[in-house]
Design a protein around this ligand. Structure first.
Ligand code: ATP
Ligand code: MG
Length: 340
């Protein structure tokens, strides 16, 4: 029997498998270790992952992405109502007040049960569900041969995971063969996609003035711009100079062009960057820690690649952040390890 660890992200999934002597992240049928969390339905077939992603523009009404956060919530939940505005597909109220997707559709304790039900449907025998940060802490533990002995003072590590839709923080105490979660904190509504949305709003307004087109009235144009904004955001993580955004025939046969520097991007996103601080300060309080008690700050999740996020974390804890762990794969690897 093989045991796998599965990181279900809002944006993408990773699967790790424990094999003799190690943990391996496995590739999908496209030889890609990252599988988009997307399902696309047509009247004839259902495609998932990378295959579904190719239909995100052409079949946007029946291509379901960003659904993790809707799991198990009532339709009237303000979060659902807010989320719904940005989704290209339609949500509807189910008979019991839950959230349904208006295509051939599927989808606390209720959320976990939903997820377990999904695993059963996929013929997977789910051994355990982990919180993301617990899995990351487990993945960290395997690499460390030099942890303090059981009776010694534990080594304290802070884990920060900022992904597509949320920010999670955990303070964990390690001794040899033992790990204790001292405290956790969250901003459940802050992730990489919020930065994309800010860029989107900036360029949508700009193009309205400059080209007289309103991408907000055209779903296809809106999605294309959003995808380019995410690309630009990533480019600005590795380049500080002026980066351009070009889209041909975005709307009304118009080619558009925009540009931004990292300094401008950080100014635009300052309110989001500020929000990163709060859960970090909360964890210090809740775990009753001072920066000298902490050995290192391990960061994972795609959004921690933004230099401003990194420097904010470093500033709050008064030390450099460490990237020992694979930012994308640590959750899945931790799960695989624990169940092996
Ligand atoms: P969540 O943990 O919120 O449920 P997830 O696990 O799917 O979601 P991740 O894969 O950790 O999320 O991160 C995805 C996010 O990271 C996306 O918003 C993506 O744009 C962002 N991201 C990835 N690489 C970079 C980069 N180089 N610079 C800035 N942002 C990046
Ligand atoms: Mg994640």
């Amino acid at each position: 029997m093989s045991v796998i660890g599965y990181d279900l992200g809002n944006l993408s999934c990773y699967i790790a498998v424990a094999r003799q002597g190690g943990i391996e992240t496995i590739a999908n049928e496209f030889s890609d270790r990252n599988t988009p969390c997307i399902v696309s339905l047509t009247s004839k077939e259902r495609s998932i992952g990378s295959a579904a992603k190719t239909q995100i523009i052409s079949n946007y009404k029946n291509t379901i992405s960003n659904f993790k956060r809707l799991l198990g919530r009532p339709f009237d939940d303000p979060f659902v109502q807010n989320e719904m505005k940005d989704l290209p597909y339609k949500l509807s109220r189910t008979a019991d007040g839950g959230v349904g997707v208006r295509v051939p559709s599927f989808f606390s304790e209720v959320q976990r049960r939903n997820l377990l039900a999904a695993a059963r449907i996929a013929n997977l025998n789910c051994l355990r569900l982990f919180n993301d940060t617990t899995a990351v802490a487990l993945a960290y533990g395997i690499y460390k041969q030099d942890l303090p002995a059981a009776e010694e003072k534990p080594r304290i590590i802070i884990f920060v995971d900022m992904g597509h839709s949320s920010l999670q923080v955990a303070a964990v105490a390690f001794n040899k063969g033992k790990l204790k979660v001292l405290a956790t904190s969250f901003d459940p509504y802050l992730g990489g996609r919020d930065f994309d949305r800010l860029l989107f709003n900036h360029f949508a307004d700009l193009f309205k003035d400059k080209y007289r087109i309103d991408v907000r009235t055209n779903k296809r144009a809106e999605l294309r711009l959003l995808i380019e904004c995410e690309k630009l955001k990533k480019q600005l993580s590795s380049n500080s100079g002026r980066m351009t955004l070009n889209i041909e025939c975005l709307m009304d046969d118009k080619d558009v062009q925009g540009a931004m520097t990292r300094t401008d991007f950080e100014a635009l996103c300052a309110p989001l960057i500020q929000r990163v601080e709060k859960p970090l300060r909360t964890i210090l309080q809740d775990a009753k820690l001072q920066s000298q008690d902490i050995t290192s700050i391990e960061i994972v999740g795609g959004a921690t690649r933004m230099p401003a996020v990194k420097s904010t974390i470093a500033e709050v804890f008064g030390m450099k952040v460490s990237t020992t762990l694979n930012a994308d794969e640590a959750v899945a690897r931790g799960c695989a390890l624990q169940c092996a």
